[in-house]
Design a protein around this ligand. Sequence first.
Ligand SMILES: Nc1nc2c(ncn2[C@@H]2O[C@H](COP(=O)(O)OP(=O)(O)OP(=O)(O)O)[C@@H](O)[C@H]2O)c(=O)[nH]1
Ligand SMILES: [Mg+2]
Length: 477
Amino acid sequence: MYLNLNIGILGHVDSGKTTLARTLSAIASTAAFDKNPQSQERGITLDLGFSALQVDLPDHLRDQCTAQGYEKLQYTFVDCPGHASLIRTIIGGAQIIDMMLLVIDSEKGIQPQTAECLIIGELTCRKMIVVLNKLDTLRDPAVQKKSLDRLRKGIGGVLSKMAFDESPIVAISALTGENISLLVDTMNTKSFIPERNVRLPFMFAVDHCFAIKGQGTVCTGTVLQGTVHVGDEVEIPKMKLQRKVKSMQMFRKSYQTIRQGDRAGICITQFDPKLLERGIVCAPNHVQHVYAAIVRLCSVKYYKRPIKSKAKFHITCGYETVLAAVLLFTGDGDGSFSLPQQYEYLEELFSDDRGQCVFALIEFETPILAFQDALIIGSKLDTDVHAADCRIAFSGRLAHIVRDGKYTDTFLPELQIYKHKTKSGTIQRAVNDQELIAVGLFKKSANNRQTFVGLQVSLSSGERGIIEDTFGASGKV
Ligand SMILES: Nc1nc2c(ncn2[C@@H]2O[C@H](COP(=O)(O)OP(=O)(O)OP(=O)(O)O)[C@@H](O)[C@H]2O)c(=O)[nH]1
Ligand SMILES: [Mg+2]
């Protein structure tokens, strides 16, 4: 058995990610290395590519791995596209990884998508190795040293403000293979036994689907949680289909069981593979359509535009991205959401609010397939892809999910979000030292005036008082 670690390869377009994946991998899956004809035509990666490298167990993991039945360590590389327009695919890919290789072109340094990849990495996995690629292009040793020193310093500065663990920086050439073994050594040193929760219901992120005549439909993907065995019943929630697992393979070897973190192909009884290019296969009834959700927001500090109530954002959950309206509110307490509690409406999330506990009601334009606690990432993708600013606005986990399509009638009335309102009027006359009569606080038609009796008012002169009574047709106070 292999201990499988999923290694995302992320970075700006053309930094050399696919070249690196190819150099690192001994075994490639069918969908690796830009084999797709459209990809070859455009010269860029359009979709996630998967390939693998198997190594001996590193010393620091050997005893623990052997005790758990692992004989070798397998790295499954998830080669992500770099082009700005493909950020949905990049975010989707990043959600299945345990560790990230951030590829930077040594000549060009940190570029706009380098920064976005760092943010995506910070939200999805905190373990990273920075790879300074194309070392061969810096031929003059003096220039090379100067460039690398400058880059290391710049990256160190950026990382010191982020939540990554200690991230080694390795300079390589993916093209010539220079320092590749140093990079593999670094990966080995940094490798770890990820926390795998095999007791949770089975969930599998499918990235590719095809039919094999006479056998069934094969879905390739990564196990997000739980385990599955040959013979188990699984569900494709998108079509509400239940099917049986007929056989499973990992990089061309057959297995009876796969578990969280494994990259595998599962052959299930026939269905039209065109109906599920990408999506989820899971334990029956585990994943359902979600129409709205409450999320505790974590804003991205590099996002420079406003995050406002009623604005629309792109919300990515797994491999799905949909538009959704966001409504912000804040609450006290321990930061967990509870329906009976009252919350205060927030018009806009300002950077100095960003320390407090802010929730968002997210209403999806089309329902998404999701589950409790799923990670979502909010972004503004409709902006110019050539603009250099960060498009990723916030992240969060689904703290409360709404599966009822009629939720505007059933759920929203239960959600208690209040707004602070003020009313003002003018003093008409002073009755004595203690009593004033004011007008203009209420409209003539207001029939709820009595509810204001007993509330405090403050005067522009700084004094305070209490509304004792309201009277008269014009609503005097
Ligand atoms: N000189 C040199 N060229 C490299 C190196 N690595 C990659 N390249 C070249 O850079 C170009 C882009 O390489 P890719 O591996 O396709 O880059 P990528 O990051 O996968 O690109 P996208 O997936 O489209 O973002 C190709 O022409 C590669 O041959 C390197 O180490 N040295
Ligand atoms: Mg590529």
